[in-house]
Design a protein around this ligand. Sequence first.
Ligand code: GLC
Length: 543
Amino acid sequence: MGQPTHARNTDWWRSAVIYQVYVRSFADGDGDGVGDLAGVRARLPYLAELGVDALWFNPWYLSPMKDGGYDVADYRAVDPAFGTLAEAEKLIAEARELGIRTIVDVVPNHVSDQHAWFRAALAAGPGSPERELFHFRPGRGAQGQLPPNDWPSQFVGSTGPVWTRLPDGDWYLHLFTPEQPDLNWAHPAVRREHEDILRFWFDRGVAGVRIDSAALLAKDPDLPDLGEGRDLAGGRDPHPFVDREELHGIYRSWRAVADEYDGVFVGEVWLPDPERFARYLRPDELHTAFNFSFLACPWDAASLRTSIDTTLAEHAPVGAPATWVLCNHDVTRTVTRYGREDTGFDFATKAFGTPTDLALGTRRARAAALLSLALPGAVYVYQGEELGLPEVDIPLDRIQDPMYLRSGGTAPGRDGCRVPLPWAAGEPYAGFGSHEEPWLPQPADWPSYAVDRQQTDPDSMLHLYREAIRLRPRFGDGPLTWLPASEGVLSFTRANGADGAVCVVNLATAPAELPAHTRLLLASGPLDHRGRLPQDTAVWLRV
Ligand code: GLC
């Protein structure tokens, strides 16, 4: 309030609602079974009505799609399955006209094995300068038949090694699939190229960049063994490939590029140590990073409160806003997770056939939506979260995710949260837009979640998200203050003065009395007959 427009504009990301678009599964504009940019352009009014400030697009670049586009063959081209570069430019401009900014996803740790650099490196042979852009090494053992070190795959549950041997004897490093060779970030050409890629997209009007696997780029040049018992979390001792000091220099120069455009970064930084995490958010580094500790947090009042407090405390010294994330394209859908016995998220424990109570999970997810949208900072909403979509059991022969394929069939992988969206209940493929079966099959009950059904239903998840996004500014921009509440109840305000809103979430079995208020702004579910807040329900109150 009262701020000059300019200040408001450059600070938009501090409190934005950012909607994640997994293009392949959002909307199919040309009917071929795969979502595309035409589909997104046609649905921009839906996103504007939802009220989001920005869209984060998962990679839309030219890719053989061995890992859903996280295997990039050309960062300056759009994959023909999605559209063209000209169309991406139109989409960015059209969204902006509706007041919606665009964030693209850059994948600096690795490229596709079809990328021109890697093809040149293969052709040039051992010892060539082309191979210096990657991590090529001779093997160990008398014949070089053993991989150069003992690093484990970054796809949890994956049985495959992180080294692949070529017919010429050299091995190359890939923390993910063999089709995703890791770049050598000690090489100046790699740094130059990525700064150029950032400019390429900022020049096309994008407002921000999500940085994939942001804590993995830098490697110990000796590529030493990890050794027994060493975890993958990074930490205070230099780790051979997680959270290395060199990364901060890389991101400082990225920041200088972004600053020329008022561009912003959001890093995919999975680090359990809050202090190490916050180092990426120092004023001359990344603007924001995803809050995975909140995402993974179980549905439990004490754990959530600790997660919120830790988050705010770790961000405060560096002056960065927190982000609040309940799910994304890699993790179990919220309504499914919250309906399980174990309501936390962990790749390592993800298993086929885990039972869930979807009605319970949905009730909790509705409350969680009001909780996260009331907290100070930016909120990410993953497509379909606003529809309350559950995780889907994909028939085994239709799973495409390498996490499943490389686990020897034990890890379910991530396709269950990537099912094409239902737009219209009465249309083929729930209105996704395809003339033929979409790339991932939709379950039989998908039409019941369709946008057109939810649009007219005041009790729908879509309605709740729309109202919450519309009313969210009522909380003001003050810091969070916890209010007294009984055990199992979270109650807080962000009011600076007398006027403001209070969020109350009841996770206890007993119904909770509401604090004094002048108006009920929004509720995730009905109050009981005595006006009390039932278990797994949240309200926003005006006080
Ligand atoms: C990130 C992405 C994930 C991808 C991986 C490798 O974790 O979110 O989808 O598989 O990086 O690029």
